[in-house]
Design a protein around this ligand. Structure first.
Ligand code: FAD
Ligand code: 2HG
Ligand code: ZN
Length: 470
């Protein structure tokens, strides 16, 4: 060990400082295998005090710190650079549920708790923690908050920010901010909590959080619906929402190409339709009243929609196995993309009513310049969030396709900007979008962000090169 890892071992114990290449592998490459870095050490603190000591030491030494949770992020935010001089601060040993309060409907957890563990802990006291995403078995709540994660239940419950009451954060210089309050109301000045949420490890390290719990849904109805085209998805969404209101908890959209890809690459995935339709929606209604007849409501809206020509076919899940099988198709899309080869991803937010128009215009704009690309378009339609992903044309090799990243990003994101949308709906900026951000954020907004970064992290040791250019 060199001097710095030795001194870090003095803080967290030598078993929790990883310096060998083999031990670091899982930490220096991201989930998509798109980003790869090198680390001086991977440091795994076991408490908030240890995080504080590590940060105090690193800021004194001028060593950059890359906070990391489950390493499932899709913007390269948790991967170090190639210098070999940065320290990865992995929060995964801090995985304790600190407290559950069923009266106040809150749960307090360490930042390194895996999301599924928090969901399970809530379930055990008859409550529900609604944040839900494909990576929930390995992503951490700290990472969810640092990226302000979205997922499949934002429509009803909001994103990670809206599910949070309090935070505990260690600042770059090692000071601890105890903002772990479980209050629904607190108007005592600037909202520091919301500044850290979505800051991608650039302003502080989240070590704990107080999260909102909800009554557990006891009735659920799930359906996969075949649609003639994407405009129909918006019509169905509007119809269903006006009938079901807040009981509509998920409304996920995918195109035929996405389902075909899952069927080809994900073991056990089966289409419920004999022929995969051009556009598909997976929707879920839920109610906390076990006697609520949401299944009939769903059937009724589906029948009316078929009569009106909005839907061409529908499968309503009759068991929890069928529900899982339908979700397997939706949640297998990311995995299928990784197996199928390189993808150029876009995680965009648009005004919901303009989604279909955007898809038409964007597809035409891309096809006019780069014919033959595969469009893998899916996402959380009810939130106006599309994963507008592209795969190479049959005649292209990976190199030629990847060389189109800049031009394709410009086509997609310039159009998003024209529609007054966002170039990152839920995955964050990280290193993936850092250099594009100045093209779409105003100078005033960027200057305020840089000023905040300087204030919280004057030495620039927290996740440098992510979100903002250094
Ligand atoms: P990491 O990847 O480890 O880190 C992400 C960022 O947060 C980095 O910038 C890192 O520095 C920072 N960070 C991590 N922990 C802390 C901390 N304690 N304090 C400060 N900063 C920290 N995302 C969605 O929003 N919606 C989805 O539906 C969704 N589905 C996914 C499905 C799959 C199959 C996969 C692989 C990913 C998906 N994601 C989704 C992306 C990803 O899971 C989320 O971004 C998640 O919130 C990241 O959590 P993590 O613990 O893995 O964070
Ligand atoms: C999802 O909604 C995730 O499944 C991942 O946000 C999106 O793979 C992607 O681009
Ligand atoms: Zn998503």
């Amino acid at each position: 060990m060199t001097a710095i890892p030795d001194q870090l071992a003095g803080i967290v114990g030598k078993d929790h400082v990883l310096t060998a290449d083999a031990d670091q592998q899982a930490y220096v490459v991201d989930w998509m295998k798109k980003y790869r870095g090198r680390a001086l050490a991977v440091v795994r603190p076991g408490s908030t005090e240890e995080v504080a000591s590590v940060l105090r030491f690193c800021s004194q030494q001028g060593v950059a710190v890359i906070p990391q949770g489950g390493n499932t992020g899709m913007a390269g935010g948790a991967t170090p650079d190639m210098s070999g001089g940065q320290v990865i601060l992995s929060l995964t040993r801090m995985n304790r549920i600190r407290e559950i309060d069923p009266v106040g409907n809150t749960i307090t957890a360490d930042a390194g708790c895996v999301l599924a563990t928090i969901q399970q802990a809530a379930c055990e006291v008859g409550r529900f923690f609604p944040l839900s995403l494909g990576a929930e078995g390995s992503c951490t709540i700290g990472g969810n908050l640092a990226t302000n994660a979205g997922g499949i239940a934002v429509l009803r419950y909001g994103n990670a920010r809206e599910l949070t009451l309090g935070l505990e954060v260690v600042l770059a210089d090692g000071r601890i901010w105890d903002g772990l309050q479980a209050l629904r109301k607190d108007n005592t000045g600037y909202d520091l909590r919301d500044l850290f949420i979505g800051s991608e490890g650039t302003l502080g390290v989240i070590t704990g959080a107080v999260l909102k719990l909800y009554a557990a849904p006891s009735a659920r109805a799930t359906a996969m619906v075949a649609l003639p085209n994407r405009e129909a998805a918006l019509e169905l969404f509007t119809r269903l929402r006006s009938r079901a209101g807040d009981r509509l908890t998920a409304f996920e959209f995918m195109t035929r190409a996405c389902v075909d890809l899952v069927l080809a690459h994900v073991a056990g995935a089966v289409s419920p339709f004999a022929a995969v339709p051009p556009a598909i929606v997976l929707m879920e209604l839920s109610d906390t009243d076990a006697k609520a007849d949401i299944a009939s409501l769903l059937e009724e809206v589906l029948t009316e929609s078929m009569e009106a020509g909005i839907a061409t076919d529908a499968v309503v899940a009759q068991s929890s196995e069928q529900t899982k099988a339908l979700w397997r198709i939706r949640e297998g899309i990311s995995e299928a993309q990784v197996r199928a080869g390189k993808t150029i991803k876009h995680d965009i937010a648009l005004p919901i009513g303009r989604l279909a128009a955007f898809m038409d215009e964007c597809e035409q704009a891309i096809e006019a310049v780069y014919p033959g690309l595969q469009f893998l378009v899916f996402g959380h339609l009810g939130d106006g969030n599309l994963h507008y992903n592209l795969q190479r044309a049959a005649h292209m090799d990976d190199g030629a396709f990847y060389a189109l990243t800049g031009p394709l990003n410009a086509i997609v994101h310039d159009l998003v900007h024209r529609y007054r949308g966002s170039i990152s709906a839920e995955h964050g900026i990280g290193q993936l979008r850092r250099d594009e951000l100045p093209r779409y954020k105003s100078d005033v907004a960027l200057q305020m962000m840089r000023d905040l970064k300087r204030l919280f992290d004057p030495a620039g040791i927290l996740n440098p090169g992510k979100l903002l250019q250094t």
